[in-house]
Ligand binder design. Structure first.
Ligand code: GDP
Ligand code: ADP
Length: 200
């Protein structure tokens, strides 16, 4: 499916960063800010749900077979295998939002981000990083959502993901959370994702 993305009035923003850097925490707070108006795209994944994760809200949880069938029908804007699981952005809701002039945020990995920027060169890209790999390790372990082998795999991948940081137009170092959230809010507003409480 090819689309003329430049014709769509909405804005597309891509956010990436290694597992445990804090991108979900920052985005949850930034998207709640009244000066921001944006919708977080819900990805499909073959990863099993973590405790507390809800299908349709955090992800659409599907089997590997269901994911591959949807991918082969062209239903994803981008997709990638990350830490051994498949993840993809359903294309139809993104187009609907962009046609309606809305702002859509994709929280996706570096491989997916490269696919999106090839298809939609006008997309804004934000990389969330951490002050050091030790901090990343502490956050990932502190979150307590993954078994040891999965934590190790995610830390190994983090080194490779950090090599792509220069491909992004903006970077946020998530040291102090409040500051990182303020920076995300400013970048989203700057990208055109303005809420009603923001002057035009
Ligand atoms: N390419 C791609 N990556 C995704 C998508 N959804 C999530 N991801 C990425 O997959 C990675 C793992 O996500 P997840 O298992 O939720 O772990 P987390 O990053 O520790 O919260 C992260 O880098 C996400 O940004 C998607 O639709 N496409
Ligand atoms: N600035 C910060 N300082 C300390 N802990 C943080 C900070 N930002 C996030 N965290 C914590 O780090 C862990 C990983 O954050 P999360 O948002 O799940 O990361 P990601 O979505 O990038 O995998 C969570 O337990 C979160 O509460």
């Amino acid at each position: 499916m090819t689309h003329d993305w430049t014709r769509l009035p909405g804005r597309l923003v891509v956010v990436s960063g290694p597992s445990g850097c804090g991108k979900s925490t920052i985005l949850r707070r930034a998207l709640d800010d009244p000066t921001v108006s944006a919708r977080l795209s819900v990805s499909a994944t073959s990863r099993p749900p973590r405790q507390g994760e809800e299908g349709g809200l955090h992800y659409e949880f599907v089997s590997r077979g269901q994911f591959e069938a949807a991918r082969d029908r062209g239903q994803f804007l981008e997709w990638a295998e990350v830490h051994g699981n498949l993840y993809g952005t359903p294309i139809a809701p993104v187009i609907r939002s962009l046609e309606a002039g809305e702002c859509v945020v994709l929280e996706i990995d570096v491989q997916g981000a490269a696919q999106v920027t090839r298809a939609v060169p006008t997309a804004d890209t934000i990389f969330v990083t951490v002050p050091s790999l030790d901090v990343l390790e502490a956050r990932l372990r502190g979150r307590g959502t993954e078994p040891e082998a999965v934590v190790r795999r995610r830390l190994d991948n983090a080194r490779r993901e950090l090599e792509s940081i220069h491909l992004y137009t903006h970077t946020i170092v998530n040291d102090d959370l409040d500051r990182a959230v303020s920076e995300m809010v400013a970048l989203l507003v700057g990208a055109g994702c303005k809420g009603a409480d923001r002057d035009a």
